[in-house]
Ligand binder design. Structure first.
Ligand SMILES: [Zn+2]
Length: 294
């Protein structure tokens, strides 16, 4: 009966191997990123409670919209296996808040920085209406999200990759980006569109995009000065769509983007890195054409 015992042992060993494989594979969904557990995304809540950014058509501060959406995004990322995700909430007046934000982001040495904002318009486009007996400002002129990156980022290619993935995911869910940032009527707020398919613009001067020392992207999730879009931005359904788009884009980014060595990231001076990555820069405001080359 020795052969029976040997067969039994072989079957048991095979089962143990299969169980080990299953246990190893279990934490990751079939289409997830294998390094999700080690990957860190920072979800930055734009502005602070004290300096809350734009005011919506119905008088709600942008910071409230940013916080709500960023929390939904963080939840989605956790569900997708990104347990090291960090929700970055900053306090204090505007400029001080900006410095704190950048310092904290650098300390966290993350793989990705995504700043969440909601859009408004230049003051000259504002009209007046009354909400609950109070005069408020609105503009229904523009609607849609927009995505910004800086060519001065320490990882411009990574920033562009994530921005394009995010734009693609938003588009797949039927959400349209706003093209108005290429329009001359935007004056000094006019931006260059670097991915016309995904709605990615260049905004080189933005401090959080330039100085956070990692792939960095800013999402204006929609216009809260637009009366209809404000209601959409406040809805759980729309927040769920945007959060799912972000989580899928982070998964795709995590799979394809090769992280830089953290030691190298610290050792290399930011200034020289920035200079090497800006070969032929034309002024941001001068062109609204699509295409990656300057
Ligand atoms: Zn903002």
């Amino acid at each position: 009966m020795l052969w029976l015992r040997v067969m039994g042992l072989l079957v048991a060993a095979a089962l143990a191997c299969a169980a080990a494989r299953a246990a190893y594979a279990e934490p990751q969904p079939a289409d997830g990123c294998k390094r999700a557990a080690a990957f860190r995304a920072i979800i930055d809540v734009g502005h602070t409670e004290k300096a809350p950014g734009a005011i919506s058509a119905r008088g709600v501060p942008e910071f409230v919209f940013n916080l709500n959406l960023a929390k939904r995004i963080e939840e989605q990322l956790f569900t997708a296996g990104f347990q090291r995700s960090v929700l970055l909430i900053t306090e204090g007046p505007a400029r001080q808040g900006l410095a704190k934000r950048v310092k904290r982001a650098k300390e966290l040495a993350a793989d990705l920085f995504l700043s969440i904002h909601h859009d408004s318009v230049p003051n000259r486009f504002l009209e007046k209406w009354e909400v609950e007996g109070k005069e408020r400002s609105f503009s229904d002129r523009f609607s849609g999200h927009s995505i910004f990156i800086s060519q001065d980022s320490s990882d411009y290619a990574g920033s562009l990759l994530f921005a394009s993935l995010l734009g693609g995911q938003l588009q797949e869910r039927g959400l349209k980006y706003t093209p108005h940032y290429t329009d001359p009527i935007m004056g000094n707020r006019k931006r260059r569109l670097v991915d016309a398919h995904a709605g990615v613009y260049r905004y080189d001067q933005l401090i959080v995009l330039r100085t956070t020392a990692m792939p960095a992207v800013l999402l204006e999730a929609g216009s809260i000065i637009n009366r209809e879009e404000e209601l959409r931005m406040a809805s759980a359904e729309h927040q769920a769509l945007t959060s799912a788009a972000v989580a899928n884009a982070v998964t795709a980014f995590c799979k394809t983007h090769q992280p830089r060595l953290r030691g190298m990231r610290r050792a290399e001076p930011a200034r020289s890195r920035g200079k090497r990555q800006r070969p032929t820069v034309t002024p941001v405001q001068q062109s609204g054409s699509a295409g990656l080359s300057d």
